[in-house]
Write a protein that binds this ligand. Structure first.
Ligand code: PEP
Ligand code: MN
Length: 474
């Protein structure tokens, strides 16, 4: 009740996301009590300008009464797994759509993305000889930060698409009006997605033999195809050996896997409505997803997103580009993880292939010198976006070059590469160029389906996993 009232309090007097004049509480941060709505005292970037305020109130009230999507105990388990990723005793594979969408919601797509993510995990696990923590960008990845508030096409200027939880992708004035009811639809789709993922993860779909039915077509033309084929053969042999030992399909370790979900905690009123007090610990968890991250555009130390994230008990991530400097990162880490809890904070580096070698070392050194523990993860997608033939795309070779640089820098500094964060799908799309499967410029318009950024297709994603495995094996 307290929560609902708090949400109502915000929405009745003024529109959500209208920049409020913040009384700059940040200066006395440690004297300020965190509450699920304390972010409202800070400036929230990248929020929609809702016009129908009653509908906002209604949607948030509905969501605040609906069940949590994930549970605090699950979030704590994930946090302990991520703590292992920080020390090299495990490795994170995090992947999924840039933006989930209402129109492409289907059981088969979820299944195919899940299967490729398990295959990637298996390859990485074999290469690294450590457990792989599997986290989907799924069941809640709907809200998108945009570099511009408007988009112009054929001389017509409209508000930007901000993800299906906010407005429609169609280029019409009507579709681009933010509709609060979309939050309820996003919640419902997240619930159905999570239900299916939980079923796949525990109901036998994740059996190793099924996961092994992979499509290795890319190997024929990949520059590293022979080496990858050798690894694939060895994985097959290892599984055949385990089966011969009696670990067959009925053995739980073959049948079950832990799979977690994550998204960018961008649309703060929605995240607040799903923030619940855990009855066993008294802590607050954002129960919209196991892991939430703060994007590159909303990670201001004095902003609303950092304020919200610092108070939730979930493991959290923060994206950082080459624009970040060491001192700033140390302050941000201290704000988000003041007790220096291992696994609590993942720093997701997304600089672009050319910038990692020059800019990542100072961040690693600054964090290390401050004694802070973070899990370092590489997002090789967001710094390598370019426009080719009118399409927003990314080259596989640049993506791989960023992963390579990330591993090299950690090797040189003796720090730990803790995981990889990819935009990918289980479908055979043509959104990113290159890779063994050789998508070329002329292919871009054949199966370009993403609602936002270009994703690796199933073969490109798997090829990336083989590269990661080769680095983990060193
Ligand atoms: C994203 O992950 O889709 C995204 C927008 O990332 P970033 O905040 O790193 O730009
Ligand atoms: Mn993206």
């Amino acid at each position: 009740r307290h929560q609902t009232r708090a949400i109502l309090r915000q929405h009745s007097p003024r529109p959500v996301a209208q920049p409020i004049n913040p009384p700059l509480l940040r200066e006395s941060e440690h004297l300020t009590a965190w509450t699920p709505e304390s972010w409202q005292q800070f400036q929230a970037h990248q929020q929609p300008n809702y016009t129908e305020l009653q509908k906002v109130t209604d949607a948030l009230e509905t969501i605040s009464r609906l069940p949590a999507l994930v549970f605090a105990g699950e979030c704590r388990n994930l946090q302990s797994r991520l703590a292992k990723c920080a020390t090299g005793e495990a490795f994170l594979v995090q992947g999924g759509d840039c933006a989930e969408s209402f129109s492409q919601f289907s059981a088969n797509r979820i299944r195919d993305s899940f299967r490729v993510q398990l295959q990637m995990a298996l390859v990485a696990m074999f290469g690294g000889g450590v457990p792989v923590v599997k986290v989907g960008r799924m069941a809640g990845q709907f809200a998108k930060p945009r570099s511009s508030d408007t988009e112009t096409f054929d001389g017509v200027e409209l508000p930007s698409y901000r993800g299906d939880i906010i407005n429609g992708q169609e280029f019409t004035a009507e579709a681009r009006i933010p509709d609060p009811a979309r939050m309820v639809q996003a919640y419902n789709q997240s619930a159905a997605t999570l239900n299916l993922l939980r079923g796949f993860a525990s109901g036998g779909y994740a059996s190793l033999q099924r996961v092994m039915k992979w499509n290795l077509g890319f190997m024929d033309s990949s520059d590293k195809g022979d080496a990858y084929l050798e690894v694939a053969k060895r994985v097959d042999e290892a599984i055949a050996f385990m089966v011969a030992c009696g670990l067959d399909e009925n053995t739980p370790i073959m049948n079950e896997t832990e799979f977690y979900v994550s998204h960018e905690a961008l649309l703060l009123p929605y995240e607040q409505a799903l923030t619940r007090e855990d009855s066993t610990t008294g802590l607050w968890y954002d129960c919209s997803g196991h892991m939430l991250w703060c994007g590159e555009r909303t990670r201001q130390l004095d902003g609303a997103h950092v304020e919200f994230m610092r108070g939730i008990g979930n493991p959290i991530g923060v994206k950082v580009s080459d624009k970040m400097d060491g001192g700033q990162l140390v302050s941000l880490v201290a704000a988000l993880n003041p007790d220096n809890v291992p696994g609590r904070l993942t720093v997701i580096v997304r600089m672009g292939a050319d910038k990692v070698r020059a800019n990542l070392p100072r961040l690693i050194k600054a964090v290390r010198d401050s004694g802070q523990v973070v899990t370092w993860v590489c997002d090789p997608m967001h710094g390598n976006t370019e426009c080719v033939a009118g399409f927003k795309t990314r080259r596989f070779e640049r993506i791989r070059a960023e992963v390579e640089a990330f591993f090299d820098v950690h090797e040189e500094l003796g720090s730990v590469p803790g995981g990889i964060h990819l935009e990918m799908t289980g479908d055979d799309v043509t959104e990113c160029l290159g890779g063994g499967a050789s998508v070329d410029e002329g292919d871009l318009d054949s199966r370009y389906h993403t609602h936002c950024d270009p994703r690796l297709n199933a073969e490109q994603a798997l090829e990336m996993a083989f590269y990661v495995a080769s680095r983990l094996a060193k």
